[in-house]
Ligand binder design. Structure first.
Ligand code: NAD
Length: 466
């Protein structure tokens, strides 16, 4: 069994929990369940490792590059874990290790800013950015190691040490990555512990971490924010999304629909920043529904190990049940099924790529985050109406506007209330570009210099000269 990593050592659990393979629906592995004492030990190890780790930025950069190499060398084993626990088709699963490597390399190269505010005869006044100390990192199941690395790479460069807790649905690849980090980094710099939501609650409430970086649901984020508030810990929250896509009247459907569909159904629709509601003008509506339906019907759904599989199962049973319920509810409420419509018969959490037309905005599949391969196509008559409806939820992660007049599309894009607004693309995310949500989609940003600074606190250094 894979082990936790605490203070550089491999640590098993007194008890374990089941890990289910979503392609079969059956238990396929066990993971250690971290005890309260083990959590204390992980946090104590992270605290003890802090002073040495923060003392030499060049050593940190070198260690991060060594880690990138070691993860690349273990790529096949990590990818196999990801396939087993998430059901991702092999090429999708195989992309996560290179993403981790890229994030480590980009952050290993990044300068930690030091700003000079005044430099004259009377004083030198600078702002330096200091590490926060121990960071608690809590991650979801949809990109288990990629999203963990969005936290680990900048936190390490900034000089923090880390206790990482992955989702109980997908602990395996993160445990293996933890073992590699335990070998490559000094003991205690990154610790990985596994367990259920209660472990996340205990980590958030523990007095040792000075920052919690959380990616997950809105409900989880609110709970973490409340725990952090009680101790004035810093928080970054990357939460759910219900991204609106608006097609302008001059949109090129032949070019736009395959791109939107490919993005919406990437990872079986299970990513925060994917198209989740498509607004189409009256004049293009029927043609667009047909194009989305034809594209969805052509997607091959199947087991992750099949070379021709384009879409794997949903990754967890609760998510499968939720997507099934949202689609059934919309259909019972009068939505027209243009493609798919429900689960695939047989074992595992497979769902047919589904396009729903004529769905009211009040249907839960529109109003809530569906996080699966069910895409509602919504009709609009006036662009102001589309913008108002796009902005009418408490989500605000990303949005996009598609049209041939880039200026007009861009003007509409900037009216969307969200952390990132795209024109003629969606979910193009980069390590150098800040990413975060407005409203309930998040607090703060990850990635880029802004994301790096979120793992620091400013310290003014004021030297009098006169
Ligand atoms: P989740 O909130 O159920 O769980 C996420 C993590 O938090 C898990 O490790 C879980 O054990 C832990 N957790 C749960 N409740 C907790 C609590 N009260 N205190 C502390 N930790 C707690 O989310 P999920 O179902 O794993 O992930 C799916 C959600 O994540 C979706 O809403 C998705 O949009 C969101 N997400 C957001 C981003 C982003 O960058 N904005 C990226 C990926 C996923």
């Amino acid at each position: 069994m894979l082990t936790m990593t605490i203070n550089g050592a491999a640590v098993g659990g007194a008890t374990t929990f089941d890990v289910v393979n979503p392609a079969t629906g059956r238990v396929a592995a066990q993971a250690p369940d971290c005890s309260p004492e083990q959590l204390d030990a992980a946090l104590a190890a992270a605290a003890a490792a802090g002073p040495a780790w923060r003392s030499d930025v060049d050593e940190r950069r070198k260690a991060m590059l060594r880690l990138a190499e070691a993860l690349t060398a273990a790529g096949d084993a990590i990818t196999a874990d990801l396939i087993l626990e998430t059901g991702k088709p092999a090429p999708v699963a195989a992309s996560e290790v290179p993403i981790c490597g890229m994030w480590l390399q980009v952050f290993a190269d990044m300068e930690i800013p030091r700003r000079v505010l005044q430099d004259d005869a009377s004083a030198l006044i600078e702002v330096a950015y200091r590490p926060l100390g121990v960071v608690a990192a809590i991650t979801p199941w949809n990109f288990p190691i990629g999203l963990a690395m969005w936290k680990i790479a900048p936190a390490l460069l900034a000089g923090n040490t880390i206790v990482l807790k992955p989702s109980p649905f997908t602990p395996l690849a993160t445990l293996r990555m933890g073992q590699i980090m335990g070998e490559v980094l000094p003991p205690g710099v990154v610790n990985v512990v596994t367990g259920g939501d209660d472990l996340g609650r205990a980590l958030s409430a523990h007095p040792t971490p000075r920052k919690i970086t959380f990616t997950g649901s809105v409900a989880g984020g609110k709970s973490v924010a409340a725990a952090a508030g009680a101790d004035l810990k810093r928080v970054t929250l990357e939460l759910g999304g219900n991204d609106a896509v608006i097609l302008m009247a001059d949109a090129d459907l032949a070019a736009a629909v395959p791109k939107i569909l490919g993005t919406a159904f990437f990872n079986t629709g299970q990513a925060c920043a994917l198209p989740k509601r498509i607004f189409v003008p009256d004049a293009l509506y029927d043609e667009a529904v047909d194009a989305f339906a034809a594209g969805a019907s052509a997607i091959e759904v199947g087991p992750p190990e099949n070379a021709t599989t384009q879409m794997g199962p949903l990754s967890t049973r609760p998510q499968f049940e939720r997507v099934t319920a949202l689609a059934a509810e919309a259909i019972a409420g009068g939505a027209r099924v243009a493609a798919g419509g429900g689960p695939v018969d047989g074992e595992g959490f497979f769902f047919r790529p589904t396009i729903l037309a004529d769905v009211p905005d009040t249907a839960r599949v529109v109003a809530e985050e569906q996080f699966g391969p069910v895409l509602p196509i919504l009709r609009y008559s006036a662009i102001d109406d589309a913008v108002e409806r796009a902005n009418s939820t408490m989500f605000g992660l990303c949005g996009s506007v598609w049209g041939t007049d880039i200026g007009a599309a861009g003007a509409v894009a900037e009216r969307l209330e969200c952390g990132t607004t795209f024109v003629n693309t969606h979910a193009a995310l980069l390590p150098t570009v800040p990413f975060g949500g407005s409203k309930w989609s998040g607090v703060g940003v990850e990635n880029g210099v802004d994301g790096l600074l979120a793992f620091t606190e400013p310290q003014v250094v004021h030297t009098a000269r006169a």
